[in-house]
Design a protein around this ligand. Structure first.
Ligand SMILES: N[C@@H](CCC(=O)N[C@@H](CS)C(=O)NCC(=O)O)C(=O)O
Length: 194
């Protein structure tokens, strides 16, 4: 398997999830400005959408979109899926929320066109982080064991910290708890991050 990623980008969530799952995989760094991989390949031939993450499966099939990649990892790793009959769909609900309601707001913040857009995005993100802080069912989003959604939330909290956003108390504790996990430490180290 191969994960196409950019250090510190949203692909960190998939990177952490693959380590949590215990998969063996190769990391391929992508320069998102030049759209070239570290070995000089044209990344747009790999993903015509031009963005990371991409997970190339062992049969050569390529998956894109964080929600799909993390769902695939969870499907193959029951311990990373919330328990119960509704577990998979609740996970999808959470991944969709983080993707469309949190991750996308950062796009507005990082590429703001002015006119108060970044302030509006900050407010949205703060409100959604508050919501997630109240939704936590234990040490992690779904209770006492981590799922792929926690890897996604952790990645968003790294960005929130970088943007000096206020992080609700329970999520600050969650962030430190995640940082102590071997899979998270490994992914951060591989990406040259703290
Ligand atoms: N809808 C995509 C968005 C992925 C995305 O935003 N990737 C960013 C890095 S966090 C990227 O590669 N941006 C480069 C570009 O769009 O040119 C997903 O959720 O996987």
């Amino acid at each position: 398997m191969k994960l196409y990623l950019k250090s510190g980008a949203c692909s960190l969530a998939d990177h952490i999830s693959l380590h949590e799952a215990g998969f063996e995989f190769e990391r391929i760094d992508v320069d998102l400005k030049t759209k070239r991989t570290a070995s000089g390949e044209d990344f747009t031939q790999i993903n015509p959408k031009g963005y990371v993450p991409v997970l190339e499966l062992d049969n050569g099939e390529r998956l894109t979109e964080n929600v799909a990649i993390m769902s695939w990892i969870a499907q193959h790793t029951p311990k990373l899926t919330p328990p119960g009959e509704m577990g998979q769909i609740r996970l999808l609900e959470m991944l969709a929320f983080i993707s469309t309601e949190v991750h996308k707001q950062f796009g507005r913040l990082f590429n703001s066109s002015g006119d108060g857009e970044s302030e509006a995005a900050r407010k949205k993100i703060a409100g959604r982080l508050d919501y997630l802080a109240h939704e936590m069912k234990g040490d992690y989003l779904f209770g006492d064991s981590a799922t792929v959604a926690d890897a996604y939330l952790f990645t968003m909290l790294r960005w929130a910290k970088g943007a000096k956003l206020e992080i609700p108390g329970p999520l600050t504790t969650f962030f430190e708890r995640m940082k102590a996990r071997p899979a998270v430490k490994q992914a951060l180290e591989h990406e040259g991050l703290e």
